[in-house]
Design a protein. Structure first.
Ligand SMILES: [Zn+2]
Ligand SMILES: [Zn+2]
Length: 420
């Protein structure tokens, strides 16, 4: 790893001739790790498993880590598919962790790649297979070079990023304190971002995700005589309309970015189109950079605004509304101190480009549970090139270009090497 780092420094300094042989070694080590990683990726990609059911994937990860020489593994109570491997350099130094996710999502893959999912209705549409494969490649590379590293490095392969019970359960288990982990790093595939490019910015970078269920009950009637009942579909439409308008009309969105989306509506029956039903259920998500049950700079909380705005609709005579708002993962926060510590060095040695332009998105990520507790950095990795890596994450067309793997491994390896 000294050679690895030195070669990069020399290359950066322009001593190309002196560095030539070392650079060749670095490149071959990275290329080898990337080739390995891509092979692993194809295996995981073909056999995706949903959250908390990642037994085969976790077994593959454990087997590959053992093959690479890892012997120390840490269990998380109640999370059998979580794999945490330890690399102890036996030298004083920082204790850091890298994290990848194991779970896939529901979906029928239409990416067109030859190693497409062999499991009906399940696919890796969020790139977690790529992240796991990149972390395995990194673990193998770093373990083979541990003489030149310091401190301890933990490799966290977490289940259930897409559903409840992943990062939050790891945090709640107390394992991070037990292992004395000081910083955690993660990356995520960024569709549309070119291979070789990485983005990261300090502070809040991804929204928190929260959920709601609204049940409306009233009096059903014949569709021909809506005046005899509550006209629940019409009331439901008013609620959807009101919710969508809240961020734009009731909040200062320059200070409080937020999105409220109704994603599920159930009312009536597919047959009996002449009946106005007596009940509807709506579900959806609230994305925001604030705690939705807390006031914001003296203004009412989002939860309070929702209740206030729905009040006139819900007080329609004969109507009852049950509004259930639940907090999910918090916003993802990149520690500005850690950013200042790591980025200057990282930008110098990383062979791709790192864009640090402030960037916020309304997507969310359960890595936020780590960032709430420990200084962390969360990178976006470019996966787009040729005709792969452009479709959005969570779409059935989602894919990752093979060229992205080497940059993911290099990014993590550089971070590990900068811990001196
Ligand atoms: Zn996802
Ligand atoms: Zn994801």
């Amino acid at each position: 790893m000294v050679k690895y780092f030195l070669s990069k420094l020399l290359l950066t300094a322009g001593f190309i001739l002196i560095a030539f042989s070392l650079t060749a070694q670095t490149q071959s080590q990275l290329s080898e790790a990337a080739d390995y990683s891509f092979e692993i990726y194809k295996q995981i990609h073909q056999y995706p498993e949903l959250g908390l059911q990642e037994f085969k994937t976790a077994e593959l990860v454990r087997t590959e880590l053992k093959k690479a020489g890892f012997t120390n593994f840490h269990k998380v109570e109640g999370l059998p598919t979580c794999v945490i491997a330890e690399l102890d350099t036996k030298k004083d130094g920082p204790v850091i962790a890298f994290r990848a996710e194991l779970d896939a999502r529901p979906g029928e893959e239409k990416s067109g790649v030859p190693y497409t999912s062999k499991i009906d209705t399940v696919m890796h549409s969020c790139g977690h297979d790529a992240h796991t494969a990149i972390l395995l490649g990194t673990a193998r590379l770093l373990n083979s070079m541990k003489e030149s590293l310091r401190g301890k490095i933990y490799f966290i392969f977490q289940p259930a990023e897409e559903i409840k019970g992943g990062a939050d359960d790891i945090v709640n288990s107390g394992i991070l304190e037990k292992l004395d982990i000081q910083n955690i790093y993660a990356l995520h595939s960024a569709s549309g971002l070119e291979v070789g490019r990485v983005t990261i910015s300090p502070g809040y970078t991804m929204a928190g995700s929260n959920y709601f269920t609204i049940e409306i009950e009233g009096k059903g009637s014949h569709a021909a005589t809506p005046y005899e009942g509550s006209n629940i579909p019409l009331i439901t439409a008013k609620v959807v309309n009101e919710l969508a308008g809240i961020p734009a009309l009731q909040m200062d969105i320059t200070e409080r970015p937020a999105v409220i989306s109704v994603t599920y509506i159930e009312t009536g029956r597919p047959v009996g189109l002449n009946v106005l039903p007596s009940k509807s259920v709506m579900k959806g998500t609230i994305r925001a950079y604030e705690q939705i049950d807390q006031p914001f700079n003296g203004q009412p909380s989002i939860e309070e605004i929702i209740n206030r705005q729905l009040q006139p609709i819900c007080s329609t005579p004969g109507i009852t509304c049950k509004i259930d708002i639940r907090k999910g993962s918090p916003p993802t926060y990149n520690s500005p101190e850690l950013f200042e510590k790591v980025l200057p060095g990282l930008t110098k040695v990383f062979s791709g480009s790192i864009d640090t332009t402030p960037n916020r998105g309304m997507f969310s990520e359960d890595f936020s549970y780590f960032t709430e507790n420990i200084p962390c950095l969360y990178f976006s990795l470019g996966v787009a090139k040729d005709n792969l890596g452009y479709a959005n994450v969570h779409s059935e067309e989602f894919s990752v270009h093979p060229g992205a793997f080497i940059y993911g491994i290099e990014l993590f390896a550089d971070i590990a090497d900068l811990q001196r």
